[in-house]
Design a protein around this ligand. Structure first.
Ligand code: PMP
Ligand code: GLN
Length: 396
């Protein structure tokens, strides 16, 4: 008998399937499909360009100057001070670097830690569809139940009334994404006010995923949950250095919450990862302290790319949705296919050499939306090449 085979078989018998509804992430699926078919990859969201040269040098410097052992569990205080300084300068709110900020290996871990710090078995968590895929997995793993409410796909507006209808004493947490991935919508003052009012009686916690906070267009301004009176006390804000500094592969993020919530997050995080890559933290600290305006220039940089992509598509049969923030453009494909979004995304990748993200996979029951998401964090040449491919797709 093949001993290895026997050991493997017996090991698999009793593995519990804790996340039965969760499939392989669409980002892995589409990026590997793009690679296999040599397609232009506008699916998984990552920049086609490198981090700023000085940042690479600073991380290098840190590695060559002793920053190679464990950093303190919540992150270097110098980096947390830089983050606090940014929050004050850009959003006008005071946060304590010592006990309200925790640095994590990417926003994904921060989200996971927040959800597990707050959600107990039986709790309900409201997600707004299409919802970023890591939320559901983390909620279910914590024993919570996802209550999914669709964003209004006609005008990409925030569904206050529908949230109000679903609120009940078991509603522990609402997860907001602003700027929204994949829709590119941003929360307005009115949206935040309405959310504050309807959640006040229950005191629902808010987890605000703001990883695209520095990419907001058309003179709009990012409004963070931490700026909202009546909400900030029961909220967590998550952000990602990966988006801000073109360094998604470094997996560096952070979470800000009041002292009490932070304690709970850290109690959990210390046993998820304990601490985050030390040299990268120190490199970021040195870069941020000498480049105070980096974030301020990001919106203009990406707005030009959004404009190039949108304007080049004008006159085609693709339906161009508004994009107020993030580096994602939603396009409607009803003129080209009646297929479900994921099927059409596969067709485009395999037959037409361009990969995107289907929106239906972020919805409850994966119902067809007729929408695809394209990442425009790419060189102008790549964007033009993508548009040329999109313009050649035959209409129905
Ligand atoms: N939230 C949203 C909305 C995202 O788009 C992403 C992915 N880029 C993340 C969280 C995860 O960020 P990170 O790569 O820093 O874990
Ligand atoms: N956040 C990225 C996106 O939306 C992907 C992150 C991932 O691959 N997990 O495309």
């Amino acid at each position: 008998m093949n001993i290895e085979g026997h050991i493997l078989t017996s090991l698999f018998v009793d593995i519990p399937n804790k996340l039965s509804g969760v499939k392989e992430s669409i980002f892995s699926v589409m990026s590997s499909m793009a690679k296999a078919h040599d397609a232009l990859n506008l699916s998984q969201g990552f920049p086609e360009f490198d981090p700023p040269k000085q940042l690479l040098e600073e991380v290098n410097w840190a590695m060559n100057n002793g920053y190679n052992q464990y950093a303190p569990m919540p992150g270097y205080i110098e980096l947390r001070e830089q983050i606090a300084q940014k929050e004050l300068e850009l959003h006008g709110h005071d946060v304590h670097s010592s006990d309200e900020i925790t640095v994590t290996p990417g926003a994904t871990v921060a989200l996971f830690a927040c959800i597990h710090a707050i959600v107990e078995p039986g709790d309900e968590v409201i997600l707004l569809d299409p919802a970023y895929d890591s939320y559901q997995a983390a909620v279910e793993w914590a024993g919570g139940k996802c209550v999914r409410i669709p964003m209004n796909l006609k005008d990409l507006s925030f569904p206050t009334e529908q949230i109000n209808d679903k609120l009940n004493p078991r509603t522990k947490l609402i997860i907001i994404t602003t700027p929204h991935n994949p829709l590119g919508a941003v929360m307005t003052d009115e949206d935040w006010k309405a959310l504050t009012q309807i959640t006040e009686p229950i005191g629902t916690f808010i987890l605000s995923d703001e990883v695209y906070e520095h990419m907001v267009f058309d003179q709009k301004k990012h409004k963070s949950v931490l700026q909202v009176e009546g909400l900030k006390e029961r909220s967590m804000k998550v952000s990602s250095f990966g988006k801000t500094f073109h360094s998604t592969g470094w997996k560096m993020g952070y979470v800000i919450a009041n002292n009490k919530i932070t304690k709970s997050i850290r109690r959990l995080y210390q046993f998820v990862n304990f601490s985050t890559h030390s040299a990268t933290q120190m490199g970021l600290t040195r870069f941020m302290s000498t480049n105070p305006n980096w974030e301020r220039e990001l919106s203009t940089f990406y707005e030009k790319k959004r404009n190039l992509f949108q304007e080049s598509l004008v006159g085609s049969k693709w339906k161009i949705y508004p994009c107020s923030g993030s580096y994602f453009q939603i396009l409607g494909f009803d003129a080209f296919s009646h297929e479900a979004d994921d099927e059409f995304a596969s067709t485009l990748t395999q037959q037409h050499g361009i990969a995107s993200i289907p929106i239906n996979v972020f919805n409850e029951n994966a119902s067809r939306t007729g929408l695809l998401r394209f990442c425009f964090a790419k060189s102008d040449e790549t964007l033009i090449a993508a548009v040329n491919k999109l313009k050649q797709i035959p209409t129905l």
